[in-house]
Design a protein around this ligand. Sequence first.
Ligand code: FAS
Ligand code: PHB
Length: 400
Amino acid sequence: MAAWNGTGFPKRTQVVIIGGGPAGLLLGQLLHRSGIEAVLLERRSRDYVLGRIRAGVLESGTVDVLRRAGVGTRLDAEGIPHDGCYLSFANRGFRIDFFALAGRRVTVYGQTEITADLYGARELSGDTTIHNVENVVLEDFDSESPHVTFAPDGSGTRHRIDCDFIAGCDGFHGVSRKSFPRGTIREFERVYPFGWLGVLSETPPVNEELIYANHERGFALCSMRNPNLSRYYIQVGQGERLEDWPDTRFWDELRRRIPVSAAEALITGPSIEKSIAPLRSFVAEPMRRGRLFLAGDAAHIVPPTGAKGLNLAVSDVHYLHDALAGHYGGDSSALDRYSPRALDRVWMAVRFSWWMTNTLHRYPDQTVFDQRMQETELAHLDISEAAKRSMAENYTGLPY
Ligand code: FAS
Ligand code: PHB
């Protein structure tokens, strides 16, 4: 158990996890089940973290890891298995049959639910979670004795936790990646000249499976969370403002971009959540510095087109848990393999997400030739089993 001081905060533990999103919570849960103690520091409140609406599609590998972490019960009961998805362009659509082509499926189950399941498990674990922390500083992670200091919610005092390892699971805007000494991390980035305007509505999904739509007006996606909760996205220009997108304008634009048969079947309703997310591809190398390890969005970002962001966070955590459990079991060799092993899979997902994004979105300076190239890429996908198989293998998740 953690060594405590008189302030009510632990002063030593085995692993300090920075960030209580899916990556941090899942790592804490896997470590706990391996008998390894982790203290989790989260900048926001529990309710704030649980209020985020983000990913919705889980690779089969992600489902396996969540079951192994002991948080698969509600996922198995409420998750919706999908054996395929639709792609549409020029008012025609076709299906990619994941199961027939790749022998595996995806599961629709919101990230919000995963976070809730993980928070429930963490509270049962008895491990320490400290919310609303401020000014987190990572120190001495190039030594054998790293430590983290932080200020609890609004207090002026600072607290220190000594540990064996620090897991930076604090997302793209977190402090962990930025704590690497200058010149020791290489960043690869592409910012896309558009974003996604997403709507959540308590309406039945327009289709049983997802529809990814290419249209000359821009990309659209029809997704869902359950039989009475739909998630829709349309591509919007950079700098678009939510206040310029009342529900009626959103629904009208979505109808224009999906096939006529879907547009006619669409059941609309008031948005219960509406947000705009920017799109970028980003990778930081390496994902480790001494006893500091990055996992999830702290190390990489993908455009949500390929439904990879959350799934990559899970595979990172799978590899990091293996490495840490190996170390505490007497074999530290996997610690050195963590970064190259995780990055191999990250880059494969970054490529796939980049390909999906370039094939389905309209670029501001796009010509009619470019539009025709996108449509022909999709027409080729429709007639080529080899191309469909490649997409099915990547979308359902390459092996760990
Ligand atoms: P997260 O960003 O989820 O969690 C990081 C946590 O660290 C946060 O709780 C944050 O408060 C905390 N933190 C930050 N700085 C800290 C500090 N200094 N100290 C302590 N804590 C700190 N992926 C998909 O697959 N499909 C999607 O549709 C999709 N939509 C998205 C929409 C948006 C708006 C965003 C931002 C992301 C979306 N993603 C999507 C990607 C998303 O799901 C991420 O991949 C996933 O949340 C990654 O989880 P984490 O790595 O845990 O990072
Ligand atoms: C979602 O349901 O939020 C979702 C699904 C697939 C994606 C992106 C987002 O590619």
